[in-house]
Every structure is written in structure tokens, then in C-alpha cells.
Design a protein around this ligand. Structure first.
Ligand SMILES: Cc1cc2nc3c(=O)[nH]c(=O)nc-3n(C[C@H](O)[C@H](O)[C@H](O)COP(=O)(O)OP(=O)(O)OC[C@H]3O[C@@H](n4cnc5c(N)ncnc54)[C@H](O)[C@@H]3O)c2cc1C
Length: 662
């Protein structure tokens, strides 16, 4: 297993630096995994690399992923490294050089374009802001700018094709799903867009995997345990613990953890116990308070990744209790929320009943918004038709259209022009192409601007903001995540092994599972193990042992530094080893890989281990960060410090109302 770019074999670096040589430099093991097999992206890399030759040294020369994006006009079908793809962030990162960046920049050119509203960020928050603004003012002219080559922000659609059939996966925002009930505004939008959340039971084939006898499993890797072993079942089952390659001491303590009911805080009330649990991590609770072998945490370490982006070393014990992790049964804790409990561990019946998953996740929400804003760009009328409709990216930014969506256009500067009052407007400077750096800058003007982009970016593009607001913005450090879709020839190996979802705590991706079996309209999920399917793999980039925020920073660096070739090899290695007993052959069975890398993923949510104001009721940075500034309003899920689509919608709405004077 390759764990860092430093361990990147020469041939993998060759893919990046000199593609023609990589075949010759591969080891037999690389070939066995299929690293040399012909997949669309690699063929393209070879062809293009020969064309660009020695010009690779240029700072602003697009890398091969970018050239690939330009070659294909249809972003959802692009494979390789997606999410924050090459070409989307370099210019914005260079902006951190401040004055030096602007010194090296060409003078921005006036486009002469003037809008009622410019929205920065074409994620769900920005698209919702545009929608609400236009709902109030149907004659409004709006421009939406985004640095990516696709709209939707985290809500990203991935497509694969095989034998004339299209298979859809989600590359980010997975579902309409929130631990808190959707607000009237957010629910209202979902209804207006034509999504019938209550119909989810009809589109989900909830019995499919169960009917085939598929269960969860855990892969114990040889790097951690000396030999590879896949064990089916749950750690609470005695049979599972018996089959797992834990030491006897860990097996004994695991049994104690899941069966015994000690109270390590006797004599305290439930409230006092929770207050203490809020200030220690689950790891501390298990090791220091329950006095169990640290080895018992191995199967639990990554359980919290999907919600918090960090493992149980950095998740408060109170939240672990609320999420159902073991060890609390003897403590007599009441079920209600405790002080400083994270939203993610709160339970609301109303919220859990409001759930819907499209095959492309909430990319469908983004696509429905785009269809309302730019009707020509996405054909069809109904939500069912939307699932298979192919967006026409050429129509998103049509000259003369009342709403235009301009992609690959990072916004670099937003400032008020003119004295406060009727004539004041906002000037927005952006790079015409995400790959041009500061050499092709354009200016548009607007009566108002919604910044629906990440809060950590805003101080850099809007330096006139008050200092306190910029400091509050900087607090919104994003949670780095990877959602990878691997398109495979069939899933007979899963059937043979009896698994649907495999936890792999020792590997680069820490879990993989068969796609959610959802059929909508003419789109049918893969119902037969002999058919191709999309596999979903996840990773939270974190560094156990550091503080949460330091883990997020380190994870972001790791994601930006890890080339696709390393990730591809680790995926092939991981699937090949975990599924070998079912006959899975990565060289034969992997048909496509799309790695959605999100160095700036979830909005940062406050936690009781590190954010004192979150326990004591002090002022939250997000309330300072989201204050309107003249004709500039602030949206994005960061504005709520809440990593969910309802927050993105609610704050898109609020920002639009602030500009409308509502
Ligand atoms: C992997 C993953 C899974 C998730 N799953 C769920 C889920 O199941 N359910 C759920 O409710 N939420 C989920 N979320 C949370 C998700 O962030 C929100 O639901 C929502 O999609 C956020 O929308 P947004 O518009 O606020 O932000 P984003 O989607 O981040 O959109 C902001 C956009 O602004 C762009 N931008 C930034 N700076 C600039 C600039 N200077 N110029 C131009 N554009 C800029 C960004 O590139 C981005 O495209 C998930 C997030 C991730 C990363």
C-alpha cells in the first residue's frame, strides 16, 4: 500500500512527468493490477503530452487534466482527478501572494457587462441565491461565476458509459439529508423544484442487497495485521470477533467494550457526565476511562470519518455516545442533546424522515436549479426526465440570456466602486479561464453581489471587508474529503463474498460499497451481479493525533500533493486484495475511475473539544462572517457552519433577501 507521494515509484512519477516512459518502468505487480491497461484518460494523456512537450515548465500552462477538460465539453463524463480538479484552484492559490500576484497580472479588461446580481460560486447556495433573487425580481439579469469546469460545487455528477448504457454516480453531496429538520424555505425550494421526497421508498430497491445475502464486512490489511483477511459481519457479533485477526488481549477487551456495562463516572448526574464527555475524545474515554487496550479502537477509528472528517481520536465522547458507539450502556446517560453536542450526532425524527437520494446525489438539486435559471441548458420538464438529461454546457453562458453561468472563471477581486448611495456598484474581476492565471482578467459590474464561495477564500478576494469579519471568515476551515467512483464490470465478487459495504480502516480509502440501488424514470440501477455497477469509495484526509483543525489542514495538503496515479494504484491494490476471494481482478474488472478530491470539503462544524464558544454559548464566528458588507452579501454552507444542503439553501435565500432589501 502506498501511503504518501514520497513513496511514489518512478514509473508513477513518469506518468505525470513523461507519460511515454511509464509503461517501460512498471513492475510486474503494477501490470497485474492493470496500471497499464487502456482507459480513456490514460490514452488521452499520452496523446496530449507528446503535443505539449517541453513547454511543461511554464507556470500557467494547463496540466493534462485541464487539457482533458477542454477536449471534452461534457464534464460529468470526465474521469481521473475530479472534484477540485487541476486548473480550478491554481490561480486562486496564487492570489495568496497578494501584491506580488497583482504586480504580475495583466490589466483587467472591461467586458462592458452589467448585471443586477453577480453570484460568486455555482454551488447549491449560489444557484439558490440566483433562483430566489429572480423569483422576487423576474426581470433581473444575473451572472453566476465559478472556478470549476462544472456547476454544482460539491454537488457533482459523475457518469460512466459501457455498451451504450450510462451509469451515474455522485462525486460529492450525496443526499437530501440533514440532522436538523429542513427549514420552510429549504423545504419550499425542494418542493418547487419538483422533488417528491416522500416518494423515496418507491425509487429505492431497499431489499436488493439483503435478498442476495449481502452484509457489511471489514478488511484487515497485511500492513496492520501481517496477512490480509476479509471478515463479514459486525464487531458486536461474537463470530466476527472470533474470526478477526486481533490479538487475544484486543479480543478480550473488545468483548468487554461491547458487552459489559461499566460506569467510569459513578456518582455524577447524567448532565455532569455529559459535560465531561463533551471535553474528552472517544479514544480517551475508551483507553483512559474504560482502561481498555487501544487496539479495540481499530475497527472504530474511521467510523466517524463520514460525519466529522476525523477519527475517534478527535471526536468528543458525548457525540460518540449519541452516535451509538459502544461503552456507555452502564452510565445511565439520558438521550437528549447535551452541552456542545455536534449537530451530526443529534437525532430528529422529522429530519430523518426527510431523505432523498438521486443517482448523482444532490447534483440533481443543482441541475434542477440550473434548469430553472437557464432552461435551454437542461432539456426536459419533469424530475424523472432530469436524471438522464444531458446538460448542454454550451448554453450556460449564452449572450443576451437573462441568467448566465460562466464556468472556469475564478473570481479574484470584488470591490465597491463609487460613493455609497444610488450609483454605487460592485466591480467583479475574474480570470477568463481557470488556466490563464492573471493574464486574461475580465471585469463585470453589478448592483449587488452574493459571495456564495468558501469563506476562507473571501478575505483574499474581498480585502476591503472589516478585519473582524475577515478573521471570522478564516475560521471556516474546510474538511478535506475524497469521494471516488470506480466503475466495475460486474459485482459477482461481492455476491460470492456476501458483502455490500467493506470497511478498510488501514487503507487509503477507508471504505467501499456498492452504489445505492435507486431507479428513477428511465434510469435503472444495476440489479444483477453480472451487470456493471458504480462502486463508491470514501476517504477523509486526516492526521490522527493533531487537533481537528490541524488535521484538516494537513489533510488538504495531502490531497493536493497526491497524484492520480498513486490513488489509482492504491484503489486497484485495495479492491484486488479485499475482493480476491470473490475472484475480483482489478486489471480485468475496473472499467473507469473518477476520484472526486475535495481539499475544501464540508463546512467546518464547531465541536466541544476545541471550540469553547460552542459549549459556553459565545458568539460563533459564522454569525460575524455572514454579515452583509454594503452591496455584498455572504452565502454558502460556511455561513451556518453546517455542512448540509439546507444550510446552503437557507443562506442563499438570506443573502438574496439582504440585497433585495427584504
Ligand atoms: C464529499 C461531500 C459529501 C457531502 N454530502 C452531503 C450530503 O449527503 N448531504 C448534504 O446535505 N450535504 C452534503 N455535503 C455538504 C455540501 O457541502 C453542501 O450540502 C452543499 O452542497 C454546499 O453547497 P455550497 O453552495 O454552500 O458550497 P459549494 O458546493 O462548495 O459551492 C461553492 C462554489 O464556490 C466556488 N468558488 C470558491 N471560490 C471561488 C472563487 N473565488 N470564484 C469562483 N468560484 C469560487 C467553489 O469552487 C464551489 O464550486 C457534502 C459535501 C462533500 C464535500
Amino acid at each position: 500500500m502506498i501511503k504518501s507521494p514520497d513513496e511514489c515509484p518512478d514509473w508513477q512519477l513518469a506518468i505525470i512527468n513523461e507519460p511515454r516512459q511509464y509503461n517501460a518502468a512498471m513492475t510486474p505487480d503494477d501490470r497485474r493490477l492493470g496500471m497499464g491497461s487502456r482507459i480513456t484518460r490514460r490514452d488521452f494523456l499520452n496523446g496530449v503530452a507528446m503535443g505539449v512537450g517541453g513547454a511543461m515548465a511554464s507556470r500557467w500552462l494547463p496540466d493534462l487534466d485541464v487539457l482533458l477538460a477542454q477536449e471534452s465539453p461534457y464534464p460529468p463524463a470526465l474521469t481521473g482527478l475530479r472534484g477540485s480538479h487541476a486548473g480550478s484552484f491554481e490561480t486562486l492559490h496564487a492570489l495568496r501572494e497578494g501584491a506580488a500576484f497583482w504586480k504580475s497580472a495583466a490589466a483587467p479588461a472591461e467586458t462592458g457587462e452589467e448585471y443586477d446580481l453577480v453570484v460568486v460560486g455555482a454551488g447549491i447556495s449560489g444557484l439558490a441565491a440566483a433562483y430566489f433573487y429572480r423569483k422576487a425580481r423576474p426581470d433581473a439579469r444575473i451572472l453566476v461565476l465559478d472556478n470549476h469546469d462544472d456547476f454544482g460545487g460539491h454537488a457533482k455528477r459523475n457518469e460512466f458509459s459501457h455498451n451504450g448504457r450510462t451509469y451515474i454516480g455522485y462525486g460529492g453531496t450525496q443526499s437530501i439529508d440533514s440532522p436538523q429538520p429542513y427549514s420552510a424555505v429549504a423545504k419550499g425550494l425542494i418542493t418547487e423544484l419538483g422533488i417528491d421526497v416522500a416518494s423515496y421508498g418507491k425509487v429505492l430497491d431497499g431489499a436488493l442487497y439483503k435478498s442476495l445475502g449481502l452484509r457489511p464486512g471489514t478488511f484487515f490489511d497485511k500492513e496492520s495485521f501481517g496477512a490480509d483477511r476479509l471478515v463479514v459481519g459486525d464487531v458486536r457479533d461474537e463470530a466476527f470477533r472470533g474470526a478477526a485477526p486481533f490479538t487475544d488481549a484486543v479480543k478480550r477487551d473488545l468483548a468487554r467494550l461491547v458487552t459489559e456495562k461499566p460506569d467510569p463516572m459513578p456518582g455524577l448526574s447524567s448532565a455532569d457526565k455529559k459535560a465531561r464527555l463533551a471535553r474528552i475524545s472517544y479514544k480517551d474515554f475508551v483507553v483512559t476511562h474504560l482502561k481498555l487496550d487501544p487496539g479495540v479502537l481499530w475497527p472504530y477509528q474511521t467510523r466517524t470519518h463520514g460525519l466529522f472528517g476525523v477519527g475517534v481520536d478527535a471526536v468528543p465522547a458525548q457525540d460518540a455516545f449519541a452516535l451509538g458507539l459502544p461503552g456507555f450502556d452502564g452510565m445511565g446517560l439520558d438521550e437528549g442533546p447535551g452541552p456542545g453536542q455536534n449537530y451530526d450526532s443529534m437525532h430528529s425524527e422529522a429530519a430523518s424522515n426527510y431523505y432523498f437520494h438521486f443517482p448523482d446525489g444532490n447534483a440533481s438539486v443543482a441541475r434542477l436549479l440550473v434548469r430553472r435559471l437557464v432552461p435551454d441548458a437542461i432539456p426536459g420538464q419533469t424530475t424523472e426526465e432530469l436524471v438522464t438529461s444531458r446538460a448542454d454546457y454550451g448554453k450556460l453562458d449564452a449572450s443576451g440570456a437573462p441568467v448566465r453561468i460562466r464556468l472556469s472563471s475564478p473570481v479574484l477581486r470584488v470591490r465597491h466602486i463609487g460613493p455609497q448611495g444610488g450609483d454605487q456598484h460592485v466591480e467583479v474581476t475574474y480570470a477568463q479561464s481557470a488556466t490563464s492565471g492573471p493574464q486574461d482578467l475580465k471585469i463585470v459590474k453589478a448592483r449587488g453581489v452574493v459571495l456564495a464561495c468558501w469563506h476562507t477564500v473571501i478575505p483574499g478576494i474581498c480585502p476591503d471587508l472589516p478585519a473582524a469579519q475577515k478573521t471570522a471568515m478564516a475560521y471556516a476551515i474546510k474538511v478535506p474529503l475524497v469521494y471516488t467512483n470506480v466503475f466495475i464490470r460486474n459485482w459477482t465478487a461481492f455476491q460470492k463474498l456476501g458483502v455490500q459495504r467493506v470497511s478498510t480502516p488501514g487503507m487509503w480509502h477507508t471504505s467501499f460499497n456498492l452504489d445505492m440501488p435507486v431507479s428513477i424514470g428511465t434510469y435503472k440501477h444495476s440489479a444483477n451481479p453480472a451487470e456493471p455497477i458504480v462502486l463508491h469509495l470514501t476517504k477523509s484526509a486526516c492526521k490522527p493525533g493533531l487537533s481537528t483543525r490541524a488535521q484538516h489542514r494537513a489533510g488538504r495538503q495531502e490531497l493536493l500533493a497526491t497524484p492520480f496515479a498513486i490513488i489509482e494504484r492504491s484503489i486497484r491494490d485495495q479492491l484486488g486484495r479485499a475482493l480476491t476471494g470473490g475472484g475480483f481482478d482489478p486489471a480485468r474488472d475496473v472499467l473507469g475511475i473518477t476520484v472526486n478530491r475535495w481539499p475544501h470539503g464540508y463546512a467546518y462544524q464547531y465541536n466541544s473539544l476545541e471550540d469553547e464558544f460552542w459549549i459556553n454559548g459565545g458568539e460563533q464566528p459564522c454569525t460575524v462572517a455572514r454579515k452583509p458588507f454594503g452591496r455584498i452579501a455572504i452565502a454558502n454552507s460556511d455561513a451556518a457552519a453546517y455542512a448540509y444542503t439546507d444550510a446552503a439553501i437557507d443562506h442563499g435565500y438570506r443573502a438574496a433577501q439582504e440585497l433585495l432589501g427584504g
